[in-house]
Design a protein around this ligand. Structure first.
Ligand SMILES: *Cc1c(COP(=O)(O)O)cnc(C)c1O
Length: 363
């Protein structure tokens, strides 16, 4: 049994958090560092909470080596609200190019269509989004305000190994399910964002990292106040009451990642962690991964057996054995192991042992 009777939680999101972080939060629950109150009970205008936000931002900047000319914004509404905020704030010409590689980029694409001329410049729909298309020479629109990608498709399990050649246009990336899982050269992007509940914290918060010159004030008057980046930037993410609790937890995770050695170290751990699972899938006669090898995600690993009935049987058996949330998303079927930063290597190794055993018995 794991400590506190926990299970290995392979949920795609909200998902597992590091136990030392949860323990620290537990210890601070009733009285945060001598303030006499829980962070949930604290005014967002208090000095103590301002300290929490400032430290979280400073630690994130250090982890990602975010250049001075980028702002870090903490915005509610999850990643989904960004599907609208991005076109509303970034479109000057009313044109943007989207690369659709799965459910999440497809949702963003469809939302953006409400606001302008949105061009689909590449897609992997022909093979149920099981690969990343060649993005080295795309038909980028002359007047595109930005090029949009979802850098790690959480449901389909694909990751970009190489960023698209945007031919000088601003790159916008949804990094929700890979945020802080590997080093990231922020200057390659105009805007990076992520819902935090996949890799860094509780649901209900998006972190937006945006280059200064993209924070425009000359927006259409009809654009609601809350959906303007400049409002959030000018108010230090406190235009209204922010998701204080989520910011606090994310801050703890940033500290934890720094203590582990930062993003290079995290990437190394993630590589070593995913390897046994992919090795198993490549050698199994019963299970197979659904993604082209070159585009495989280190965070989300979808795999299938030969039949939905057998898939269901495996899911039930894993659950009974203490491996939770392995059922695949309905659009891919089968199983999916989300093995984010906080999933320990032992969890993946134990799962592989279990699947090997299952195959030996039922294969
Ligand atoms: C989960 C997810 C989203 C949506 O996040 P919400 O916070 O639920 O809005 C968007 N993009 C990706 C890649 C995701 O994994």
């Amino acid at each position: 049994m794991l400590k506190y009777d926990r299970v290995y939680n392979f949920s795609a999101g909200p998902s597992t958090l590091p136990v030392p972080v949860l323990e620290e939060i537990r210890d601070e629950m009733l009285n945060y560092q001598g303030s006499g109150m829980c962070v949930m009970e604290m005014s967002h205008r208090s000095k103590v909470f301002q300290g929490i936000v400032d430290q979280a931002e400073a630690d994130l900047r250090e982890l990602m080596k975010i250049p001075e000319n980028y702002k870090v914004l903490f915005i509610q509404g999850g990643a989904t609200l960004q599907f609208a905020m991005i076109p509303l704030n970034l479109m000057k010409n009313g044109v943007a190019d989207y690369i659709v590689t799965g459910n999440w980029s497809n949702k963003a694409y469809n939302e953006a269509k409400r606001f302008g001329q949105i061009n689909l410049v590449a897609s992997s729909k022909d093979k149920n989004y099981s690969y990343i298309p060649d993005v080295s020479d795309l038909p980028i629109s002359e007047d595109a305000d930005y090029v949009y990608i979802c850098e790690n498709e959480t449901i389909h399990g694909t990751t970009y190994q190489q960023l698209p050649n945007t031919k000088g246009k601003t790159l916008v990336s949804d990094q929700s399910s890979m945020f802080l899982s590997r080093p990231c050269n922020v200057s390659d992007y105009g805007l990076i964002y992520g819902g935090v509940q996949k890799n860094v914290g509780p649901a209900g918060l998006a972190i937006v990292i945006i280059r200064d010159d993209l924070i425009r004030t000359d927006l259409d008057e009809k654009i609601p106040t809350y959906l303007r980046y400049h409002i959030h930037a000018d108010a230090g993410s406190m235009y209204n009451t922010p998701n204080c609790w989520a910011i606090y937890v994310c801050g703890k995770v940033f500290k934890y990642l720094k203590d582990l050695g930062g993003l290079e170290a995290m990437n190394q751990m993630n590589l070593e962690k995913a390897q046994p699972l992919y090795d198993f899938l490549d050698n199994s006669k019963m299970f197979r991964g659904t993604v082209e090898k070159k585009d495989r995600s280190l965070m989300n690993v979808p795999f299938v057996t030969e039949s939905p009935e057998m898939d269901a049987q495996v899911v039930a058996a894993t659950k009974a054995a203490g491996f939770d949330n392995l059922k695949g998303h309905k659009s891919v079927g089968g199983l999916r192991a989300s093995i984010y930063n906080a999933m320990p290597k032992e969890g993946v190794e134990a799962l592989v042992e279990f699947l090997k055993d299952f195959e030996a018995k039922h294969g």
